[in-house]
Design a protein around this ligand. Sequence first.
Ligand SMILES: CC(C)(COP(=O)(O)OP(=O)(O)OC[C@H]1O[C@@H](n2cnc3c(N)ncnc32)[C@H](O)[C@@H]1OP(=O)(O)O)[C@@H](O)C(=O)NCCC(=O)NCCS
Length: 153
Amino acid sequence: MKIRTLGSSEPVPWDLLLEADPDIKHIEGYFAESSVRIAVSRERVIGICASMETAPGTWEIMNLSVSSEYRGRGVGAQLIADAEALAIQSGGRAIEVGTGNSSIRQLGFYQRCGYRITGIRPDHFVHTYGEPIYEDGIPCRDMIRLEKQLVPQ
Ligand SMILES: CC(C)(COP(=O)(O)OP(=O)(O)OC[C@H]1O[C@@H](n2cnc3c(N)ncnc32)[C@H](O)[C@@H]1OP(=O)(O)O)[C@@H](O)C(=O)NCCC(=O)NCCS
């Protein structure tokens, strides 16, 4: 497995992006401005991570997705480490991510990767997405914000 930048002439792996963020309009809003890295195995794109600087010194993981058949093998953790390295190279001091209150496994995953919960945006997904989203029977309403410091404070 290799992680590299998605070339500008390569097809965009929309299927992967939409698994992490079902709103195509929302993806279009950050995708062009993001650094887009892909995990490739046997010439197949198996994972993607889009990240961008959202404030001076602060980066955000806008989209992170791994093909279902490759999950649980460390690809997601490697894509996160790659995004963090990219942010540090560009002078980033902190990196953030937001996920749904119902994304219980993802909340565990990010915290195992060293992210700490910094806040909640109540009803964020109620306002963002037209259709109600449920994961394991839990309504996805609020965005949980997480952050990792990249350099000692
Ligand atoms: C979240 C995601 C990127 C993690 O990628 P991954 O390659 O499975 O991650 P890793 O193998 O490095 O770590 C797996 C860990 O993530 C957690 N996890 C979260 N969702 C998972 C899923 N659907 N399948 C397997 N593991 C998942 C597991 O708890 C696992 O923890 P463990 O290794 O301690 O058991 C991936 O599951 C995914 O693409 N999910 C769908 C899209 C999504 O939810 N993106 C995040 C939006 S905020």
